[in-house]
Design a protein around this ligand. Structure first.
Ligand SMILES: Nc1ncnc2c1ncn2[C@@H]1O[C@H](COP(=O)(O)OP(=O)(O)OP(=O)(O)O)[C@@H](O)[C@H]1O
Ligand SMILES: [Mg+2]
Length: 350
């Protein structure tokens, strides 16, 4: 595959803060690449460097094989959608979307054609003459995306574009954005602190922490095979245990729960277990499964899923267990004990 964007050993220092540290990655043409990280980890700084609004301290940004050193933002084949959208409130939808094309001094007929086509694509046909202040949050979002896409960038950079929307609309927009990206085929580099957005939409996700990339992977791998304890704790829900000791083949948590230590990582300090990796009443013939008993403390029902908050018998450890959709609820009552199993591959130690 063709890499449209390559970031080589990029760093950015602000006085005493290093906002971006030795970041290296490549994005395939037509891909949806997300950078996921909590507030202040350096996401916006990285995006602004790619766009040319900020200069790197070290390293290089390469687009279609060409270094962007010394190339100003307006000459780079990228466009950016900001978190606050930055729409022009005095202009209507058409004028907002046409703005960049007008500055390029395109012919009026060409501008109209492109604007109409783009509004159609983002589902805003018929809204041309509305003021952007009269639109809903999701519609404004689409105007901002249309305004960037109409410039036909090689890469669209999006800085938390759904951040300002309420939860329901965000859920809806992330599906729409993914479909739109697939349809138009433009490469997206999307930054967010919302793991669900990153996992649902992306082909590849980079988890960023304190200026550095911890792991770049497919959403599924990131979830299934986290490479660092930060990724294991940040992506998805996990039970986390601190380890007291590890010996040949076994480990004991601070709360006194002893389990097998499958990857014999003698220096491991933490153990992560996904709530849905736990098996209720494991069959006797399952291999590589550790078996233990828990006592149910409380049942957490939230509509689509049920979780059990439990204590591991003989220890002082709490364990959250997700029940499968088709779980039998016989015997699942507060105070009852349950037999539980965990596959050795699902014990993640760091
Ligand atoms: N122009 C600047 N001058 C000095 N420090 C800056 C500047 N821009 C960013 N920083 C610092 O760099 C770090 C990373 O900031 P950045 O805005 O890139 O984070 P972010 O991941 O986008 O956070 P958020 O999710 O809150 O938007 C922060 O510590 C911030 O204070
Ligand atoms: Mg930011």
């Amino acid at each position: 595959m063709n890499n449209i964007l390559e970031i080589k050993n990029l760093s950015k220092h602000f006085d005493d803060v290093t906002a971006v540290k030795n970041v290296d990655f490549a994005v395939e043409e037509g891909g949806f690449f997300s950078i996921l990280g909590s507030s202040g980890c350096g996401k916006t700084t990285l995006l602004r460097i790619i766009a040319g609004f900020q200069q790197e301290s070290e390293g290089d940004v390469i687009i279609r094989g060409q270094s962007m050193k010394g190339i100003p933002p307006e000459k780079r084949p990228v466009n950016i959608v900001f978190q606050n959208l930055a729409l022009f409130p005095m202009m209507n939808v058409r004028e907002n979307v046409a703005f960049g094309l007008k500055r390029q001094k395109l012919r009026k007929g060409d501008i109209n054609y492109k604007v109409n086509e783009m509004l159609e694509r983002v589902g805003l046909h018929g809204y041309e003459n509305k003021k952007v202040t009269d639109l809903s949050g999701g519609q404004r979002q689409r105007v901002a995306i249309a305004r960037s896409l109409v410039m036909n960038p090689s890469i669209l950079l999006l800085d938390e574009p759904l951040g300002a929307l309420d939860r329901k609309l965000r859920e809806h927009m992330k599906v729409e954005l993914k479909l739109l990206q697939k349809e138009i085929g433009t490469t997206f580099v999307y930054i967010t602190h919302d793991q669900s957005e990153a996992l649902v939409m992306s082909d590849k996700v980079a988890v960023m922490h304190d200026g550095q990339f911890e792991q770049i992977d497919t959403p599924r791998n990131l979830y299934k095979n986290p490479k660092t304890s930060f990724v294991a704790g940040f992506v998805g829900d996990s039970n986390r245990f601190e380890l007291q000791s590890t010996e040949a083949g076994s480990m004991t948590t601070k709360g006194g729960w002893t389990l097998p230590q499958p990857d014999l990582n003698g220096s491991a300090k933490e153990l992560y277990i996904r709530p849905e990796a736990l098996i209720l009443n494991p069959a006797n013939n399952l291999n590589d499964v550790d078996r233990f008993e828990v006592t149910i403390k409380t049942i957490l029902f939230d509509g689509s899923s049920t979780k059990l908050s439990t204590m591991v018998s003989g220890s002082n450890e709490e364990l959250l267990i997700s029940l499968p959709q088709n779980a039998q609820f016989e015997g699942i009552e507060e105070g009852h004990t349950l037999n539980v199993g965990i596959h050795h591959n699902d014990l993640k130690c760091f």
